[in-house]
Design a binder for this molecule. Structure first.
Ligand SMILES: *Cc1c(COP(=O)(O)O)cnc(C)c1O
Length: 376
């Protein structure tokens, strides 16, 4: 039996009856779009995160796009974010004609560095007459919350908005607060590989403000007004399917337990890896809970990473690199004019980081096999 990177099959076996039952419910009532599961899921997840409004949508990327549209982001706006993330975080900024301004990361958490954020905001405000500093998108990378105690006052005092890209961190908490309750808006993804995933694409935006909530609901369906054929603004087709909501309702039942299991798996990895020379396991500051979307380890250098990943591959153990190329070096963002050396911490992480199999059903035995294989 090979060890999967993420084990959705074992998860399915836990809730097979519930999943089939919920999907059959959709087939029976036939409301494939905006069926009763949508409202039920939104209410359930709003309650879980402690946020007044949750708006389901078609993906994590569309959640981010809807959030920025609701906040009125457009040409001439500067939006600050990290280059050490999935492309979607900055892509949505650029799609709206606004300008992503990258900010380097913290070398331990890989999340946005509050000191560099302060510098970059000041720089735009003082030196960029062509841009208006509008907002910040934090990313809770690999499931671990960003440094919100430092970021929230900074964003607030600068008169900016804060959008939380919680695509990898649904279920994570920062000093007891759900990450989806932070910022002006928080966005998550239910892509199958995320901590809470559906069986296709899905996402959600969390809002505490009624006016923003109303805008999101309108933007989700072509900027609708009082009905579908009354259009107040331009919007999207960004609804979640009833089927995906049905799947998520079944999966949510075991999700809190899965977060617990992920903590056990992460703790076991940390212990096993402490004996391996040159490898730095991830760490989470006290008071925070990561949902371990990825378990990413730093090697000493690129050579050691290559060696370790080759040994794992020889033992048929999957591993991955998140992310091999920071966004400021991507061809898609070449027009922004960044160059190698602009974000040294992000570049260093990209050159040494690798991810091990991570899911709630990973056994102690399999973890020992994995660490033995990477030791060689
Ligand atoms: C997965 C991801 C997204 C996009 O989510 P999709 O559902 O795949 O569109 C955005 N940001 C981050 C950090 C992600 O990991």
């Amino acid at each position: 039996m090979s060890i999967p990177f993420i084990d959705l099959k074992t998860q399915y076996r836990q809730i097979e009856d519930q999943i089939k039952n919920n999907i059959e419910g959709v087939l029976e009532h036939g409301a494939y779009v905006m069926g009763p599961e949508i409202g039920e899921l939104e209410t359930t997840l709003a309650k879980y995160t402690g946020v007044s409004h949750a708006v389901s949508c078609s993906s994590g990327t569309d959640a981010l796009l809807m959030a920025l549209m609701a906040l009125g982001v457009g040409p001439g706006d500067a939006v600050f974010t990290t280059p050490f993330t999935f492309i979607a975080t900055a892509e949505v900024v650029a799609l709206l004609g606004a300008t992503p301004i990258f900010v380097d990361i913290d070398p331990v958490t890989f999340n946005i560095d509050a000191d560099d954020l302060r510098r970059k905001i000041r720089d735009v405000k003082e030196n960029r007459t062509d841009l208006k500093a509008r907002g910040v998108i934090t990313v809770d990378l690999f499931g671990q919350p960003a440094d919100y105690d430092a970021i929230e006052p900074l964003v607030h005092n600068s008169g900016l908005f804060l959008v939380v890209d919680a695509a990898q961190s649904f279920g994570a908490t920062y000093k007891g607060r759900s990450v989806c309750s932070l910022g002006d808006l928080a966005c998550t993804s239910f892509f199958p590989a995320k901590p809470l995933g559906c069986y296709g694409d899905g996402g959600m935006v969390f809002a505490r403000n009624e006016a923003l909530h109303k805008l999101l609901v309108s933007i989700r369906v072509h900027g609708m007004g009082k009905d579908r054929y009354d259009n107040d603004r331009l919007g999207l087709t960004a609804r979640m399917d009833s089927m995906q909501a049905a799947v998520l309702l079944a999966k949510f039942g075991i999700f809190p337990g899965e977060i617990e299991k992920r903590q056990e798996v992460a703790a076991r990895y940390a212990e096993l890896l402490s004996e391996v020379d040159g490898l730095t396991p991830p760490s989470v500051p006290e008071g925070n809970v990561s949902v371990w979307a990825q378990y990413c380890v730093l090697a000493r250098d690129t050579e050691q990473r290559t060696e370790v990943m080759e040994r794992l591959a020889e033992a048929s153990i999957p591993s991955g690199i998140y992310y091999p190329k920071p966004l400021h070096l991507q061809k898609a963002f070449a027009y922004l004019g960044y160059k190698l050396g602009d974000f040294p911490v992000s570049e260093d992480a990209a050159s040494r980081i690798f991810a091990l199999p991570m899911h709630p059903y990973l056994t102690a035995e399999d973890q020992e096999t994995i660490v033995k294989a990477l030791k060689g």
